[in-house]
Design a protein around this ligand. Structure first.
Ligand code: IDP
Ligand code: MG
Length: 161
């Protein structure tokens, strides 16, 4: 079996910023062993949100969702690791914070369906599209990180393509 290093996109939403949780959440990703390959603060605009949440454009909550996402800057991050899309979704928890498992980011910090602290890509294909949507090529970094040999076992490292 071959394994691939993949990337996923995370957005720390306005409630994470307003509630002083940015450092705490980034620390969780670092401690898990996820490599940060892109990170910046941006203000989201309608064009980007219409694309990013396009699947919800006919929902009654769409306007409110956009206003919330524009209410302060957000942090966008590109993270890299083996099977990382699934790993990050597990760290994040399900959409509705109040039923998310304790220990997950939403389980620990959110009581809401809408203000649920964080976005994470839900598939490899979406992760690729979302990283393109939010980062230019020269905002993504390729560098050696010294913990790699301890984060993954020899079998996993040798199966990497
Ligand atoms: P996800 O963030 O867990 O992947 P999605 O279904 O992709 O959940 O929804 C995207 C975002 O839209 C959610 O994280 C949440 O902020 C918002 N959202 C989803 N469903 C509702 C709703 O019923 N009411 C208000 N906001 C919602
Ligand atoms: Mg989603």
């Amino acid at each position: 079996m071959s394994l691939k290093l993949e990337k996923t996109l995370v957005i720390l939403k306005p409630d994470a910023l307003q509630r002083n949780l940015l450092g705490e959440i980034i620390a969780r990703f670092e401690k898990k062993g996820l490599k940060i390959v892109g990170l910046k603060m941006i203000e989201l605009e309608d064009v980007l949100l219409d694309e990013h949440y396009g699947h919800y454009k006919d929902k009654p909550f769409f306007a409110g969702l956009k206003n919330y996402m524009k209410s302060s800057p957000v942090i966008v991050m590109a993270l890299e690791g083996i099977e990382i899309v699934e790993a990050v979704r597990l760290l994040v928890g399900p959409t509705k914070g109040r039923i998310a498992d304790a220990g997950s980011i939403r389980g620990d910090y959110s009581m809401s369906v809408q203000t649920n602290i964080i976005h994470a890509s839900d598939s490899s294909a979406n992760a690729e599209a979302e990283i393109k949507r939010f980062f230019k090529d020269d905002e993504l970094f390729n560098y050696k990180k010294i913990d790699f040999e301890f984060l993954y076992g020899d079998e996993e490292r040798s199966e990497l393509v």
